[in-house]
Design a protein around this ligand. Structure first.
Ligand code: FES
Length: 81
């Protein structure tokens, strides 16, 4: 992979599901060994129920994983000088 062909990595949180990671990335297991995702888009488990962690295997549906509404972002205000 050359720097010119590298795509920026994006991470999308799926409601009630995995994190979808797209782009050129390096992924390592708990022992620091590289994991080959063998695909352009990787679904990473965030429910903890997958049998093939760190990847999602769809178990989030079986366990009823819910992410809830997104956190509210506090409004940013600036004091007048
Ligand atoms: S998020 Fe899909 S199995 Fe955990």
């Amino acid at each position: 992979m050359s720097a010119a062909s590298a795509r920026p990595v994006t991470i999308t949180a799926c409601p009630d599901g995995p994190l979808l990671v797209r782009g050129e990335l390096a992924l390592y297991d708990d022992d620091g060994e590289p994991v080959q995702p063998n695909r352009r888009t990787v679904a990473l488990c965030r429910c903890g129920a997958s049998a093939i962690r760190p990847f999602c295997d769809g178990s989030h549906k079986l366990v009823g994983f819910r992410t809830g509404p997104p956190p509210r972002t506090p409004a940013v205000t600036f004091d007048e000088p």
